[in-house]
Design a protein around this ligand. Structure first.
Ligand code: 2F8
Ligand code: CA
Length: 296
């Protein structure tokens, strides 16, 4: 058999073809060494089909993507347009006094907000007033507490004084011009007399005025010790409360340390005379006069 093999080994028989067909086939399928090839090769065909199929698929995918993008863009534009229309409607309604539902709701909320703001301002104002009132009341309370403490101390002080008054009055003491006076019923020397007065919460009498001197003379009928002495320094007379002698009621010729005796303590001797004082020896036994000053 006369024929030609192509690269795949297929034998191509061209004997029955007419001249033009045979020429065409042989022209198209010539081997690498110049020999005539057989019919179309099967591998190339398959490659062409596969490539074509892939191209069709790619084209299909591109078309799908394009269509989807186009549809989505269209939907977004539609939504935006609707929103724009809605906003326009609302805006037009506000400008023309038309109460659309959202605007009405907005007005209600605005009024409620304004009401709440006013109420808050009122509460703040009321709160300030109440705070000031509380501060005032606190100050008044503090004043009352302070005043109450003062009054309590005064009350307690007065109670003590009243108790003192009752006590000395009940013991037979005589009251004159702010002091209670007590004349003993027994006799002692000057120092023991002084100590007795101290034990009674008092002192030997200290005479500071004419009136007091007169009152004391009226109470006595005999010689009594009073609280005046120059035991510390001869000739320097001092009261038992350490105050110096300023005004005196010495009897005529006194004090005299009679006949050289050491007369350092004072008695009211001549009680019929305003000037009734006499210096006497401190160890003499006499009645004594206690004085309790009452500070009112
Ligand atoms: O004459 C004054 C004189 O009188 C008495 O002495 C006699 C007094 N003595 C007494 O009271 C103890 C003196 O002191 C007084 O000076
Ligand atoms: Ca004397």
């Amino acid at each position: 058999m006369k024929g030609h093999k192509d690269k795949s080994g297929i034998v191509l028989d061209v004997r029955n073809l007419n001249a033009s067909a045979r020429t065409a086939v042989l022209n198209n399928y010539t081997g690498e060494s110049g020999e005539v090839a057989a019919a179309l090769p099967g591998g190339k065909l398959l490659k062409w089909v596969a490539v074509s199929f892939c191209l069709v698929c790619i084209l299909q995918a591109a078309l799908n993507i394009s269509l989807r993008l186009a549809l989505r863009t269209d939907a977004s534009c539609k939504n935006l347009t609707e929103e724009e229309d809605s906003l326009k409607k609302n805006n037009d309604g506000k400008h023309h006094g038309i109460k659309s539902p959202p605007a009405s709701q907005n007005n209600i909320l605005t009024r409620e907000r304004d009401d709440l703001k006013r109420k808050l301002a009122d509460f703040a104002s009321q709160n300030n007033i109440l705070t000031r009132e509380i501060d005032d009341l606190k100050r008044k309370l503090a004043d009352f507490v302070s005043q109450n403490n003062i009054l309590t101390r005064e009350r307690d002080d007065l109670k003590r004084k009243l108790e003192d008054f009752v006590h000395y009055a009940q013991q037979g003491w005589q009251y004159f011009n702010g002091s209670f006076y007590y004349i003993s019923s027994t006799k002692q020397n000057w120092q023991d007399s002084r100590d007795d007065c101290l034990q009674r919460g008092a002192s030997l009498a200290i005479i500071n005025s004419k009136e007091e001197q007169k009152f004391i003379r009226q109470q006595q009928e005999t010689i009594i010790w009073i609280g005046l002495t120059d035991k510390e320094t001869e000739g320097v007379w001092k009261w038992v409360d350490e105050t110096p002698l300023t005004g005196s009621f010495w009897y005529s010729g006194e004090p005299n340390n009679y006949r050289g005796s050491d007369e350092d303590c004072v008695v009211i001797n001549y009680y019929n005379d305003e000037n009734s004082w006499n210096d006497a020896v401190c160890e003499n036994q006499n009645l004594w006069l206690c004085e309790k000053k009452m500070v009112i």
